[in-house]
Design a protein around this ligand. Sequence first.
Ligand SMILES: CC(C)(COP(=O)(O)OP(=O)(O)OC[C@H]1O[C@@H](n2cnc3c(N)ncnc32)[C@H](O)[C@@H]1OP(=O)(O)O)[C@@H](O)C(=O)NCCC(=O)NCCS
Length: 143
Amino acid sequence: MKINILSKEFAKSNISDLIRISKEIPFEYWEKEHFLFDLSKKWDYSLVAVNEITQKVLGFIICSQKEEFSIHIHKFAVEKESQSKKIGYILLEKLEKECYSTQIRKITLKVHVSNIRAINFYLKNGFVQKETKEDLLILNKIL
Ligand SMILES: CC(C)(COP(=O)(O)OP(=O)(O)OC[C@H]1O[C@@H](n2cnc3c(N)ncnc32)[C@H](O)[C@@H]1OP(=O)(O)O)[C@@H](O)C(=O)NCCC(=O)NCCS
């Protein structure tokens, strides 16, 4: 497996895989336009995990810069058959290293309160709950 920075060109040519994998995220749906929408530093920090042999997309983190020292994760998913094999952990670790080396000191995200598996994943990986807004938990990790 290889982790690459997600370029807009790669996102365009693999859009059906990105949409299919994003359906793993409960209560959230992104169309092509959402994936390709330009946001600050989106194409610098977002990551994709690819099977080196088949070139198949295994998972991704889509994020952007929100404040001077902070990155927000908009979408994070690993395809069903590849979950629980540490791909999520490896993607997150790579993002954290990249953030740290570029002076980013905080990663934020929102997760639906019912998404217990994802919440457990984030808590295991050092995120803490900051607040609740309607059905969403707002978590962050200080690097
Ligand atoms: C959350 C997610 C990105 C984590 O990626 P991953 O590659 O499965 O994570 P890892 O293998 O590094 O860690 C697995 C841990 O995450 C948790 N977990 C999250 N989703 C899980 C799932 N579908 N099945 C099993 N464990 C899951 C468990 O705590 C698990 O720990 P365990 O293996 O000791 O039981 C991935 O499971 C996923 O895509 N889930 C569906 C989409 C989603 O909800 N995304 C988050 C939106 S905010």
